[in-house]
Design a protein around this ligand. Structure first.
Ligand code: GUN
Ligand code: ZN
Length: 464
């Protein structure tokens, strides 16, 4: 059986069309390369497997892909000797982060005061999403959103747009133009939402099939059957969504599950025949290995067994869970029970697109439950872990020859307090201490630049 991380035939097949279209210029980056080769789990930092630290290395990029990674001291192959070396000495070069659950239109409502999930949806979110019926709003929103992801070091994402087909289309078009790996699909919701935000089963199915025909598998775009959550779809719409998942190979499925206790009770009253909230989706064939379910705080053991058996993942959304007061996700329990977990910003329920900030919040959530989340586990999860969960580790998640050159370059610190603390951590000689300080104090201010398919899509402005 082939190793999914290194199945280069899949890699070449999947992106033959866009590799050529991506920047054909060769580039060489010099810096300290950090990535992962295995899940560090919840082991103590010093015992954690899979940490790959390559200080003062060169990353050779050709036609959008990583061609080689070698020590700076090693001489370059002849064909590369005339290529200028971009000097990032003392800076971190990492795989771009993968945000597995984030809402494009919700940049408009990030940091809204005073509500829990169901009120928050009605008060802030639904009114903002209605505006995306206008194609100009969808286009401008997609551009703003993708640029914001890049400005936070995120190079791949699983995205909720709105119920409007045009909102998914705008994301696909703009991500495709930059050769960015994006997974999205129009939101399905045909009840319990205001006018202007409801579809119907037949039109929704036609829109999805049209988006699949036009975008699924085009370059780095993948379609996700996007059920907002059980309360906003009728049983008939859920059946249709399940049929889409079964019919169209390689499609993903994204939704929300068991985020908030009132929501869980509401689902129980709407679907009295289902064993659980998760079962509402499972009985219609929505849960497979490409299922991405946000939150999953209030699941039971049988639900977790179903997720494990299906190979689906929970997109743990730490800043959202804290901000909306939804609850504390028990990551260590999910790990023990074999459930795949990725990390997500869930903006605008979440308060930052920064995956570093979300990692820092994840640490606090686990600490409240007696578990210590290492920087290794957090950083693995937002890179190779997410790539594996999405079946994309042949393409993203590592700084490795053959992978797409989706990279972020980081400063270890920003601002006087972090710089002071980083200096002490560096002097200690303990790499985990340094990485943990970075994860805990860092955010988008640490970012130097973001590269997608070999091309710089974001660069910090030099103000000095
Ligand atoms: N559940 C259904 N819709 C949403 C949403 O937009 N955000 C969050 N956090 N939960 C949801
Ligand atoms: Zn969400």
């Amino acid at each position: 059986m082939s190793d999914p991380d290194t199945d280069l035939s899949a890699s070449v097949k999947a992106s033959a069309s866009h590799a050529n279209a991506a920047s054909s210029a060769r580039r060489i980056l010099r810096g300290d390369v950090l990535d992962f080769t295995a899940d560090p789990g919840f082991a103590q930092p010093k015992e954690a497997p899979g940490v790959r630290w390559r200080p003062d290395h060169l990353v050779l990029i050709d036609a959008g892909r990583i061609a080689a990674v070698q020590a700076y001291s090693q001489s370059l192959p002849p064909a590369w000797q005339a290529v200028p070396v971009e000097d990032h000495r003392g800076q971190l070069i990492m795989p771009g982060f993968i945000d597995t659950h984030v809402h494009c239109p919700q940049l408009d409502v990030i940091a809204s005061f005073g509500t829990e999930l169901l009120d928050w949806l009605n008060t802030y979110t639904f009114p903002a999403e209605r505006r995306y019926a206008d194609p100009a709003v969808s286009q401008a929103g997609a551009a703003r959103f993708l640029q914001a992801l890049w400005a936070h070091g995120t190079t791949s994402a699983v995205v909720f747009p709105t119920v409007h087909k045009v909102s998914a289309q705008a994301l696909f078009e703009q991500a495709h133009a930059q050769h960015m790996r994006l997974i999205t699909g129009k939101v399905l919701m045909n009840r319990h939402a205001p006018d202007g935000l409801r579809d119907d089963v037949e039109q929704a199915e036609r829109d999805c099939v049209d988006l699949i025909d036009n975008w699924h598998g085009k370059g780095r775009q993948s379609f996700a059957v996007t059920v907002r959550f059980a309360p906003t779809s009728t049983p008939e719409q859920l059946v249709m969504a399940g049929q889409l998942c079964q019919t169209y190979d390689g499609t993903y499925m994204q939704t929300h599950v068991a985020e908030n206790r009132d929501e869980v009770q509401w689902v129980a009253s709407l679907f009295p025949d289902a064993r659980s909230y998760l079962d509402v989706y499972d009985r219609d064939g929505l849960i497979g290995s490409r299922g991405v379910l946000a939150h999953g705080i209030w699941l039971d053991e049988r639900d977790r067994a179903v997720l494990r058996e299906r190979g689906a993942q929970i997109a743990h959304s730490p800043s959202s869970n804290l901000f909306l007061g939804s609850g504390l996700f028990d990551w260590a329990q999910a790990q023990r029970e074999g459930v795949n977990v990725s990390l997500a910003s869930d903006v605008g329920g979440g308060t930052s697109l920064s995956m570093l900030r979300n990692m820092a919040d994840a640490y606090k959530i686990q600490a409240l439950q007696g578990t210590r989340l290492t920087a290794w586990k957090a950083l693995y999860t937002a890179t190779l872990g997410a790539a594996r969960n999405l079946g994309l580790s042949y393409e993203i998640g590592q700084v490795e020859p053959g992978r797409m050159a989706d990279l972020a370059i980081w400063n270890w610190s920003a601002g006087p307090v972090a710089t002071h603390r980083d200096g002490l951590a560096q002097a200690s000689g303990d790499l985990h201490e340094r990485a943990f300080v970075w994860m805990t104090l860092g955010d988008e201010r640490n970012l130097v630049g973001t590269i997608i398919a070999g091309k710089t899509v974001y660069k910090t402005r030099i103000t000095a």
